[in-house]
Design a protein around this ligand. Structure first.
Ligand code: CTP
Ligand code: MG
Length: 262
């Protein structure tokens, strides 16, 4: 068809890149390959049960709860990919959600990279979500997705801090008090959670470029000099790290079960 024969576009608005992204499918990479040393001896953290269901399954369902998410890539403990695959086969996900399982690496960063290596090309937006944050509400997931769709290359959910934070110098000798170096203004600090959301190309470039060891994905995008923005996080998106966190997580699930019953 030649240009002349096209219907006139006069009076219609050009499609912006944002609206072009409104319906793009979204994938979530879930690093779940950690051991959970701080939780104490036992199975890898992501496979421990919360109210009878593995933490990983709660985390996968939390991502699949967003209607926009159509693929979940689980990064399993290196020797546990087959076990994770059968767990996912045994626990129902919404019809619209596919999953893939890949073995993870030595560090969280390596595990995320291995997950990204499995990301099919049609996914322009990707979330990265810790398996250790099994209870994040869907409203938080959707708020992150919306901010990426509106054009931010990297989005993190975060909360203000309750505690004042001190920067310290390592103590000269073990068991000696640590000298305080500084007290950052608490009002400007945020505790960062997941899922973090990214423009796919940006996150892949960050993983190819940044080699320092980091504890979150957005900080790699910051190192590229790109803008990272914060949306409100949620108290229930806390990370299960220490034994007491298991008690809190089961209490949240018990309360949800009660309120869902009414
Ligand atoms: N993770 C991963 N691969 C690693 C290390 C961590 O996929 N080599 C994942 C964990 O499974 C977890 C998330 O990264 O879902 C956040 O890490 P963290 O809470 O530190 O979990 P662990 O490393 O398992 O815990 P710990 O540091 O206490 O051993
Ligand atoms: Mg860790």
């Amino acid at each position: 068809m030649s240009d002349d024969s096209r219907p006139s576009l006069t009076g219609t608005l050009p499609e912006t890149p944002d609206s072009a992204r409104a319906g793009t499918p979204i994938a979530a990479v879930i690093p779940a390959a950690g051991r959970g040393v701080r939780l104490g001896p036992g199975a890898p953290k992501a496979l421990r049960a919360l109210n009878g269901t593995p933490m990983l399954i709660h985390a996968v369902r939390a991502m699949a709860a967003s209607r926009a998410v159509s693929l979940v890539i689980v990064v399993a403990p290196p020797d546990g990919a087959a076990e994770v695959k059968s767990l996912l086969d045994a626990h129902a996900l919404p019809e619209r959600t596919d999953f893939l399982v890949v073995p993870g690496g030595e560090t969280r960063q390596e595990s995320v990279k291995l997950g990204l290596d499995a990301l099919p090309p049609e996914y322009e937006i990707v979330l990265v979500h810790d398996a250790a944050r099994p209870l994040v509400p869907v409203e938080t997931v959707d708020a992150v997705i919306e901010a990426v769709r509106e054009g931010a290359p990297a989005v993190v959910p975060a909360l203000p801090l309750a505690d004042t934070v001190k920067e310290v110098e390592p103590a000269a000798e073990a068991d000696h008090p640590e000298p305080v170096v500084a007290t950052p203004d608490r009002a400007r600090l945020r505790a960062v959670q997941t899922p973090q959301g990214f423009d796919r190309g940006t996150l892949i470039r960050a993983h190819e470029t940044v080699t320092d060891n980091v504890t979150d994905d957005a900080s790699m995008v910051e190192q590229l000099g790109l803008r990272v923005v914060v949306v409100p996080g949620h108290a229930e998106a806390f990370k299960v790290t220490r034994p007491l966190d298991l008690v809190l997580a089961e209490a949240v699930l018990a309360r949800r079960r009660l309120t869902d019953g009414f």
